[in-house]
Structure formats: structure tokens, C-alpha cells
Design a protein around this ligand. Structure first.
Ligand code: I3S
Length: 128
């Protein structure tokens, strides 16, 4: 796998570059701002860092921190309806805290893997 994706002992751990935007924060609609984010699934948390992250192991270093973290416990994941975005392969992620995100990749195998990983994580942590 990716050498920068740490903790691959856990099946729920995954990382890669995705296009991400918030659409709702604490129940309030916010303006879309699609950004390319280095995304890490770690346990029941989904972490985002700005930029491609490609060669830099922000996650292992101590100077760079995740831009944004989402608690997946009690959340839900679904394919976004057409009215949410004109883009292809868009996942809609809703958290229990009332934040909604859209997550997208142009590569359908990539987004399908994330869809599976996120739904698995949410069902695994459903009773916490
Ligand atoms: O849902 P919207 O408002 O049509 O989303 C589009 C806009 O956020 C647009 O930005 P500005 O309205 O600030 O120009 C983005 O550039 C588009 O990417 C958004 O739509 P998609 O369909 O790409 O999610």
C-alpha cells in the first residue's frame, strides 16, 4: 500500500487524495469550497489535510496537523443525489454533530473503495 498510510494493521485504516467540501456545519448550510485533501481514515475518525500531501508524510511528522477531523460514529454515508453536485462519484457524509460533507474522486474504483470503507466503519462503530 501507500507508504505514508500508517497503521495498516487495522482494516479500517485507509488514506488517499479526495476532493472534499463541507455543505453544512452544525446544521447550517455553508458555501461549497471544493478542495483536494489528503484524507486518512483512522479508527472511527476521518482526517483531512489540505493539499495533495503526496510526498510529504504530514501524518507522521509533528509539524503538520489535520485541517479537519470528522467523527464517523453515529454518522451516515450515501451516494449524493444529483441536486447536491454536478460532479460524478460523489459521497454524502453526514455526522451526528450536524456536519455534511461531499467527498469525490474522478476515479470510480477509488470512490467505491472509500464508500465501502466508510460504511464499514460506521457500522462497526454503530454502538459506541
Ligand atoms: O451547489 P452549487 O452551489 O451549484 O455548487 C457549485 C458552486 O459552489 C461553485 O462555486 P461558486 O458558486 O462559488 O462559483 C463551484 O465551483 C462548483 O464546483 C459547485 O458545484 P458542484 O456541482 O461542482 O458541486
Amino acid at each position: 500500500g501507500d507508504p505514508h498510510c500508517m497503521g495498516e494493521m487495522e482494516p479500517s485504516e485507509k488514506c488517499g487524495v479526495l476532493n472534499v467540501t463541507k455543505i453544512t456545519e452544525n446544521g447550517k448550510k455553508v458555501r461549497k469550497n471544493w478542495t483536494s485533501s489528503w484524507t486518512v481514515l483512522q479508527g472511527s475518525s476521518l482526517l483531512f489535510a489540505k493539499g495533495q500531501g503526496g510526498g510529504t508524510s504530514w501524518f507522521g511528522g509533528n509539524q503538520s496537523k489535520p485541517e479537519f477531523t470528522v467523527d464517523l460514529r453515529g454518522g451516515s454515508v450515501d451516494w449524493a443525489s444529483k441536486d447536491k453536485s454536478s460532479k460524478k462519484h460523489v459521497i454524502e457524509l453526514k455526522t451526528r454533530q450536524g456536519t455534511e460533507l461531499l467527498i469525490q474522486s474522478e476515479i470510480d474504483s477509488v470512490i467505491n473503495d472509500w464508500y465501502r470503507a466508510l460504511t464499514d466503519t460506521i457500522s462497526t462503530h454503530a454502538w459506541e
